[in-house]
Design a protein around this ligand. Sequence first.
Ligand SMILES: [Zn+2]
Ligand SMILES: [Zn+2]
Length: 132
Amino acid sequence: MGTRRKKHVILTCEYCKNKFEVIPSLKNKRRCCSKICMGKYNSVHKIGKANPNYSGGTTEQKIGYILINTGPNKREYEHRIVMAKHLGRDLTKAEVIHHIDGNKKNNCVTNLMLFKNQSTHTKYHSDLRLLE
Ligand SMILES: [Zn+2]
Ligand SMILES: [Zn+2]
């Protein structure tokens, strides 16, 4: 058994339905054979920033939060600024702030809880629901 080449996985392009090869680590990341197909596929399926379930951005319920102008064309959530000051460092994009009393406008540091990412935050919410 000579393993000269890395094994490739054959996938079917979700846009043009052509077969294409990828390295196994990209198996779940690639949907299309080319950037052109990917762009067309994304515009059809609205993947990315337009999708409210997109986890890379800060699209989490904008309504109800206090936004502060921090510079020209720059707005930040007050609760994130408060937490960053409290920690003495900037928050990462993934980090999520939870309002303990549920009041999104109560940005007192004692009302804020920091989560590493949205999934630990979501898990915390489902744990809370189990306690009710
Ligand atoms: Zn394609
Ligand atoms: Zn929360």
